[in-house]
Design a binder for this molecule. Structure first.
Ligand SMILES: [Zn+2]
Length: 424
């Protein structure tokens, strides 16, 4: 096997944070590139998943450790093919640097371990076709979208099959309801064109922000659209530790007292205020949504995590990250105890050293610098996954506690409120 490196630089007229938000949608990007859906089996002891694709009747499998990132400057993705004669390791690094105002330099670096007999120009041709040209096309699309500031910023996907008559009936009914009429075309466009992934858990406040419209009005639109048979509502249960959706129920009366998170290996009490979120999906009579997964590590699934790093056994790692003012917490996947990190004023930043071992040693020192520096040492025999996350929960959540307090919700869905834990 031979180790090889390839890279390309792109100068883009788009601010770094906007570009970052686009690049972390790795599931949508893989789908846009035309890669097949993947299946996965977790391997928690090894802190990774075994992923596989089926291409032309063949199954290709790989080991995939968690992605690493420092928002909004660095993203590292690794896939190590299994039983592959030509390819052993692949990794992809995205580095984002602010060049001018509203300008970003993006470097995409690929590192491969391939069979040594393969000539370099053959690999370059394949990578050009499979990776770099596709990214060049994607980034042009991203830049164009940013320039024209389209309200709904999403990647084109294959045209879904729709039951036109049911959709039209539903929309006509919705036009008779006391909702903001200018919002109806946005919802119709979403139903007609949004990729499946954006239709499984439609979050009203998130879409309101994307459409640059009033959050509460969009929530009302969704509630009335549900009564017109356009949407279905569901209650997603979130793990308090990793804040990932852990299953859903159609009605609040079906909620149990406790739930389990496989990723964190914990059982938790369901807290109505924060751990139950109201989401919507398109009614299956109008459009069938596939739950296919195209990338499991997708950092866009955990937008509250600003840093995620793997610290190998008996190793150390440093990281430099710019943190805005606010409250953060740092934790390691194997031990859910969270360490608070407070960034208080504009120039006051922190230098944080953390040693994981038999006696974890934590040292936090305030320094006046533009960035925050982190130093990690892992004295244990196992790899550690370190996460730094915003302490506050996503303010774009429509919690069960909030929505059931709305009079209009109770009037529209009396069976949802009656018998819910809030009402008893
Ligand atoms: Zn969890």
């Amino acid at each position: 096997m031979k180790s090889r490196q390839y890279s390309r630089k792109f100068e883009l007229s788009i601010p770094r944070k906007e570009l970052w938000n686009f690049l972390i949608e790795t599931d949508k990007i893989n789908r846009f590139f035309g890669f097949p859906p993947m299946t996965s089996t977790p391997s928690p002891q090894k802190n990774l998943v075994i992923g596989s694709w089926r291409i032309l009747g063949f199954t290709m499998s790989w080991e995939e450790p968690p992605f690493e990132w420092l928002e909004p400057i660095y993203l590292f993705v690794q896939r190590n093919p299994l039983n592959n004669f030509f390819l052993k390791k692949t990794s992809l690094i995205f580095s984002l640097e602010e060049s001018k105002e509203e300008q970003t330099t993006l470097e995409i670096a690929l590192s491969l371990e391939t069979a040594s007999f393969l000539p370099n120009f053959v690999i370059e041709k394949i990578l050009d076709f499979l990776v770099f040209k596709r990214y060049a096309h994607l980034l042009r699309f991203c830049e164009e979208n940013y320039k024209t500031r389209k309200k709904s910023f999403t990647l084109p996907s294959p045209r879904p099959r729709l039951q036109e008559q049911i959709l039209k009936n539903g929309l006509n009914q919705l036009k008779q309801k006391p909702v903001s009429q200018k919002l109806i075309p946005y919802l119709e466009q979403h139903i007609r064109t949004a990729p499946d992934k954006d239709c499984i858990n439609m979050r009203p406040f998130v879409l309101a922000d994307a459409w640059q419209e009033d959050r509460l009005e969009v929530l009302r639109l969704f509630l009335y659209a549900t009564t017109c048979g356009l949407l279905e509502m569901k209650w997603e249960i979130l793990c308090p530790n990793c804040r990932i959706f852990k299953g859903s129920v159609a009605s609040l009366s079906q909620l149990k007292q406790k739930a389990h998170c496989e990723t964190c290996q914990i059982e938790f009490n369901i807290n109505f205020d924060q751990y139950v979120e109201l989401c919507f999906s398109i009614h299956p009579a109008i459009r069938k949504i596939s739950g296919e997964v195209f990338c499991l590590g997708n950092p866009a699934n955990t937008p509250h995590v600003v840093m995620q790093l793997r610290i190998p056994p008996k190793a150390e790692k440093t990281a430099k990250i710019f943190l805005p003012e606010g409250s953060f917490q740092l934790w390691n996947r194997r031990d859910s105890k969270k360490i608070p990190i407070l960034v208080q004023t504009k120039n006051l930043q922190r230098h944080v050293s953390i040693i994981f071992g038999e006696k974890p040693k934590i040292e936090v020192r305030e320094i006046k610098e533009k960035e925050s520096f982190f130093y990690f040492k892992n004295n244990t025999e196992n790899e550690i996954l370190v996460l730094l996350e915003k302490t506050a929960w996503d303010e774009r959540q429509v919690t069960a506690a909030f929505v059931t307090s709305l009079q209009e919700f109770g009037d529209l869905f009396p069976s949802q409120v009656f018998g819910s834990r809030r009402g008893t």
